[in-house]
Design a binder for this molecule. Structure first.
Ligand SMILES: [Zn+2]
Length: 425
């Protein structure tokens, strides 16, 4: 089948470069490790970061540098009257799915059949279960071989930014804003901006290229807290434990069992519904800790989720007064929507850029956070734009070349728009 057309001539022009870069970056293992205490969490992420510094210099962004914390920063000079536009993506991949030995496959001119991945024939992309795939007949579809993730999250975003700035650098007469490129590490373990220096980055506004399907535009994220409940029981020799032993493992099971069964969990909610999620349990008779994450787009509701856990902890002590139960709550990130709302032009410009490449924006509240969540809260409004990648964090992750090219063309338009309208951010 002949391949599907591109959204604009510019997208067609950028497609080969985006795909080549994407395939090159996807093969580099950049898996993050949440159990590591180093920064970045794995040194191998820098293999890609260093390559990006080289490639940025090759296309003419001469000041490209790797900061001591592993960020890649670079400048594409533009109109000094326009605000400086930040373009961000993350080099790391999730630890949920293997990230070493990625062997991407390009399925040209997708004909609409199920795609069986050759490295593990039990992994199939079935258009009957994936309407986004069914809608992409004729597209060139990239997958892994089924034994690893693909890494479109977020190497699609990295490749699109690279192709867009390379094009802008080759076309210096096109009016454009100054761009600051930023490639971060450890986004997948929520440490992507731990050492991000906003002053050094120097942008007035920014966009992450870390969204998913064509058209998605995200300017709201979850607000997030982590709640660790520590239950202390009393261990004795089980042979002489009658009337003495207080088993914290059983108390932890009781607490988890008292959560609502049909609501308030990741597996029973969608859209704007929040949840309380027991993510990890560790312990033995004497002491058990349960690590929960609580998520909601609404701060008051997030607080109610935390209160629910406090109440369940109190009830546990009422049930077993000999137990000691501690509740420790930590803020993780806020909903970026409030900060972005103060700068409406930032989202409006993205909407204009989408429409210039013929893509209608679909506003979706993120059920998670991004690097933009914290950056927005810290004063750099940073909505999240589509990359064309789909089914992130899975063996069946995939991306359409046509959609990735649309994203790269949209980024070029966005940088042009900010030079046309040097209006207030
Ligand atoms: Zn991502």
């Amino acid at each position: 089948m002949a391949s599907a057309p591109f959204v604009t001539p510019l997208a067609a022009e950028l497609a080969d470069d985006v795909l080549e870069r994407f395939l090159r970056y996807a093969r580099i293992d950049t898996q993050a490790d949440g159990s590591s205490t180093t920064y970045p969490s794995t040194a191998k992420q820098l293999d890609l970061s260093r390559l990006l510094v080289e490639e940025l210099r090759e296309v003419g962004l001469e000041d490209a540098t790797l900061t001591k914390h592993g960020y890649v920063f670079a400048t594409l000079p533009g109109d000094p009257a326009a605000p400086v536009v930040g373009l961000l993506a993350h080099v790391d991949t999730t630890s949920d799915t293997p990230g070493a030995g990625v062997s991407p496959i390009v399925h040209r001119g997708y004909a609409g059949d199920p795609i069986v991945l050759p490295g593990d024939s039990s992994r199939v992309l079935d258009p009957a279960e994936t309407p986004e795939l069914a809608a992409r007949i004729g597209h060139d579809i990239v997958t892994s071989d089924g034994t690893t993730l693909l890494g479109a999250d977020d190497k699609a975003g990295v490749a699109e930014i690279m192709a867009a700035v390379a094009w802008l650098a080759r076309n210096p007469d096109v009016p454009r804003a100054t761009v600051r490129v930023g490639f971060t590490v450890d986004e997948e373990i929520s440490r992507g901006t731990d050492h991000f220096d906003l002053e050094e980055f120097g942008a007035a506004l920014a966009y992450t290229l870390d969204g998913s399907g064509l058209g998605s535009l995200e300017s709201e994220s979850f607000a997030a807290k982590e709640i660790v409940i520590t239950i202390r029981g009393r261990s004795t020799h089980p042979g002489s434990a009658k009337g003495k032993l207080v088993n914290s493992v059983k108390l932890a099971a009781r607490l988890i069992d008292s959560l609502p069964a049909d609501s308030l969990s990741p597996e029973t909610t969608e859209g704007r519904e929040g949840f309380v999620h027991p993510a990890r349990v560790r312990g033995s008779t004497e002491e058990t800790t349960i690590t929960f994450i609580a998520r909601d787009h609404d701060d008051a509701k997030l607080e109610a989720h935390v209160e629910l856990l406090r109440r369940l902890a109190d009830e546990l002590v009422e049930h077993e007064p000999r137990a000691r139960v501690g509740v420790n709550v930590e803020f993780q990130y806020g909903n970026m929507g409030r900060a972005i709302d103060e700068h409406p032009r930032v989202v409006e410009a993205a909407v204009d850029a989408y429409r210039r490449v013929g893509v209608e924006p679909v506003f979706e509240p993120i059920r998670g956070g991004t690097d933009g969540s914290r950056l927005s809260a810290e004063g750099l409004p940073t909505p999240n734009l589509f990359t064309g990648g789909q089914d992130y964090h899975s063996y069946t992750e995939w991306a359409s070349v046509q959609d990735m090219a649309a994203a790269a063309a949209m980024v070029v338009e966005l940088v042009k728009i900010w030079a046309e309208e040097p209006a207030a951010v």
